[in-house]
Design a protein around this ligand. Structure first.
Ligand code: EPU
Length: 417
């Protein structure tokens, strides 16, 4: 049986905890190393299952990787293969991030189509349309995207919707294209910005990072670089909620407060006591949270990756809240499990109506995806009695030693296998 977590809830968490580097910035940063024959040194790479999957994929493509303390050195002197096989892409959709770099540097890529996953169908049509605009010839054969181009050419691309990895893929491809590319309706997530910073350090010419309009002047070659990955704003938000939901007093350090401002604004509305410093956030839990409505949207809106965790807090609020998920079609898998702990939540399509209850009861529950598992851990920390969270491998994809960090704050939480 895969590992599970045992949590004896009801302990108010207290103390300081540091966030790790962002998973969703580390994955594109690793893929970016495919764009150059020189070494790329990432100074702080979180030890996560998804990072190991991406590292494994890069190795099959010809990369040599070495852990270097908290960091990683990656060098792709020569590309050995252009294939991202189904076995890898189906376990981690972010594998698709190798598509842009492979076509741009190697002139070809064969990447398995990701298909659906627990939170929705998640197509990659915008990645493909954009690459086609850059001159790639794209066919779909036997479940694989096959893309070819002798040299990509700069173009004007307007994506039909805001896509994070789509923007990243196109930005990486455009960095080595001939001429200038404009990406309109670009994602503004801090992780996109972080990738732009790495690419710039590698010699790319990118203007407008952090806005919806990216202008990329292609260069013939990129060089190696050293880069520090941004802190994980979703991990930070999760730890802040952990402090709040247990009625504790937790200071989360190593945060970029601007990156969590939508989350902080909502928590403030819920009555969480917040103090914000230059690189930290202190959260003190209210005796009982207040209800609040929330709608997920692209950055700088409220992140879909914090929806489940906030809902767990709202489940204990005094009153009724409404949670609207606009990014993914099926991201309410935590609702039924929270129900097993006593939450009263009903969903209707993209809307969840949360009727606050005074407390959760510990129960055996099962994680369905990364953020849902974080939500169940939070519920377990607040609950009376014991909660066991099964399928904790979902958590390991994106949280570095979460149970150790929570235990250091006083939580009674243990991993069992
Ligand atoms: N979409 C399309 N076509 C495309 C691309 C996206 O229809 O070509 C749709 C998606 O199906 C979704 C929406 O557009 O409904 C937004 O998807 P996006 O492409 O922005 O998501 P992503 O790039 O696949 C990243 C994060 C996710 C995070 C989302 C939204 C990485 C590696 N993953 O995914 O992170 O939820 O952006 O912010 O950056 C997580 O960490 O738990 C996670 C799922």
């Amino acid at each position: 049986m895969p590992a599970w977590l045992e949590i004896d809830g009801g302990v108010p968490l207290r103390g300081q905890v540091a966030v790790s580097a962002a998973k969703n910035a580390a994955l594109p940063a690793l893929a970016a190393a495919l764009l150059t024959s020189e070494p790329v040194h990432l100074e702080n790479v979180p030890a996560l299952a998804d990072v190991a999957t991406m590292a494994g994929l890069l190795e099959t493509l010809g990369a040599s990787l070495a852990r270097d303390g908290a960091g990683m050195r990656v060098r792709v002197e020569r590309l050995r293969s252009d294939l991202a096989p189904y076995e890898l892409v189906s376990t981690m959709r972010a594998s698709v991030l190798v598509l842009g770099p492979l076509v741009a540097r190697h002139g070809s890529a064969r990447v398995a189509l990701p298909g659906g996953c627990a939170i929705g169908p998640r197509p990659i049509d915008q990645h493909l349309k954009g690459l086609a605009r850059l001159g790639a010839e794209i066919v779909i054969e036997n479940g694989y995207v096959i893309a070819r181009a002798s040299r990509l050419k700069g173009a004007r691309i307007t994506t039909d919707l805001v896509t994070v990895t789509g923007t990243e893929n196109l930005m990486m491809a455009a960095a080595l294209a001939e001429g200038t590319t404009l990406i309109e309706n670009a994602a503004r997530e801090p992780e996109v910005d972080d990738l732009a910073a790495l690419l710039t350090a590698m010699g790319a010419r990118i203007h407008g990072a952090g806005t919806t309009r990216l202008e990329i002047e292609g260069v013939p070659e990129l060089a190696g670089a050293t880069h520090r990955i941004v802190p994980d704003r979703i991990e930070a938000g999760t730890l802040i909620v952990a402090g709040a939901i247990t009625g504790g007093d937790v200071t989360v350090t190593g945060v970029v407060p601007d990156h969590v401002s939508a989350v902080l604004a909502k928590l403030e509305e819920c009555g969480v006591g917040l103090e914000v410093g230059p690189t930290w956030v202190r959260a003190r839990g209210p005796a009982r949270p207040q209800a609040a409505d929330v709608t997920t949207s692209p950055y700088p809106g409220f992140p879909t990756d914090m929806q489940a965790q906030l809902m767990t807090l709202l489940g204990l609020a005094d009153g009724q809240s409404r949670v609207t998920e606009t990014i993914f079609e099926n991201r309410f898998m935590h609702v039924a499990e929270l129900g097993r702990m006593g939450a009263r939540i009903e969903t209707d399509g993209a809307i969840a109506i949360v009727q606050g209850v005074p407390g959760y009861q510990g129960a055996p529950v099962m994680a369905s995806d990364l953020r849902a598992s974080a939500a169940l851990v939070l519920a377990g920390l607040a609950a009376r009695g014991r909660t066991t969270v099964a399928r904790v491998y979902h958590l390991d994809r994106g949280y570095e030693r979460l149970e150790a960090k929570l235990a250091a704050l006083g939580a009674r939480i243990e991993r069992r296998a």
